[in-house]
Ligand binder design. Structure first.
Ligand code: EPU
Length: 299
């Protein structure tokens, strides 16, 4: 098998996840996301994967993934930020590799409202679109108008319609071979002071009950119980699991839906802790928690 120059072999994934956990990827490439088109490197990497029957995993900031200890036998496509943000005809276009935090800062510095609820949220625009990230009453798809993606052969676009997203889900999740390149977002002008104040408020609330140590954000989606969506963290808290530990993985004392790496935790520690929380919540509340994090590779 001829491996193109743009692809590295045997790359440790731990440094690409906010949990700092993971074995090695057989193949790894980092593309500076070309935003509205698929550049030669992206095309070549996808062709290589197709010709060799390799799975592709598209990676952003790694803030919502748990890589297995035994690594990943396919190709990891790391979409790095190119910082491309552009106004076109009164619309904001951003590349998939841009950090959500860059948009939050842009909102404050330029007086644009829409991003305030995402202050303090790690991750890239591609990840937020893919998983319909949400916090403090807002969902990322509230702002999305159009998504540009590469399907491995062609660059395509989809304009928003109501069937494309719901709580913590987007159409992209059903089509993991689509590589998000860019999004068009609807934002409105607002007084800089108002945006700054809302952004500050979000940061304060977030830091009051979410841990700052190594985590992957919320592990589980909030389940529906008695007809309404309830906090998985509150359920895990109520069954008395805050502080529970397996190896070097621990359920945060601050928020029951955050599991933290105390340093040296393995994916296996996390999987056991996830099973513990699921089992206990199922036993006491009759509801099966579903992972929000994406588990990738071999465990
Ligand atoms: N609560 C507890 N104990 C806990 C955690 C929460 O009693 O351990 C209570 C809180 O006191 C509050 C309620 O549960 O009364 C809701 O808590 P919170 O505001 O933290 O919201 P959440 O439903 O637990 C969701 C999102 C978070 C997002 C927050 C803030 C999901 C899975 N989680 O959490 O998103 O930051 O709302 O809006 O929907 C993420 O997806 O990674 C994430 C962190």
């Amino acid at each position: 098998m001829r491996v193109p120059d743009c692809i590295c072999r045997d790359v440790s994934l731990a440094r690409y996840s906010t949990l700092c956990i993971g074995g090695r990827a057989d193949y790894f490439t980092e593309t500076i996301d070309p935003a509205l088109t698929a550049d030669a490197q992206l095309v070549e990497a996808c062709e290589f994967a197709r010709d060799n029957n390799l799975d592709i995993f598209t990676l952003g900031q790694g803030s919502n993934v748990l890589f297995g200890d035994a690594g990943f036998r396919g190709l990891v496509l790391h979409i790095a930020a190119n910082g491309w943000i552009s106004w076109r005809d009164g619309q904001l276009w951003v590349d998939a590799g841009s950090y959500v935090s860059t948009l939050v800062n842009l909102g404050v510095s330029s007086g644009l409202t829409g991003f305030e609820s995402f202050a303090g949220l790690p991750g890239t625009v591609g990840g937020a679109v893919y998983g319909n990230a949400g916090c403090y009453g807002a969902e990322f798809w509230d702002m999305v108008e159009e998504v540009i993606f590469f399907d491995g052969v062609y660059v395509q676009n989809k304009t928003k319609d109501p069937d494309m997203f719901r709580y913590r889900w987007s159409l992209l999740k059903d089509n993991p071979q689509w590589i998000i390149l860019a999004a068009r977002l609807a934002v409105r002008p607002e007084s800089k002071d108002v945006v700054a104040q809302k952004t500050r408020k979000t940061r304060q609330v977030r830091s009051s009950n979410q841990p700052k140590t190594r985590s992957a954000g919320c592990i589980f989606k909030n389940p529906v119980l008695g007809g309404e969506r309830v906090s998985a963290g509150a359920l895990i808290d109520r069954v008395g699991l805050k502080g529970a530990q397996v190896g070097r993985a621990m359920i945060s004392e601050e928020h029951g839906n955050f599991f933290v790496n105390l340093g040296g935790a393995t994916a296996a520690d996390f999987i056991k802790l996830i099973a513990l929380a699921k089992g206990r919540v199922l036993g006491e509340y009759g509801v099966l928690l579903e992972e929000e994090i994406v588990e990738v590779g071999e465990f």
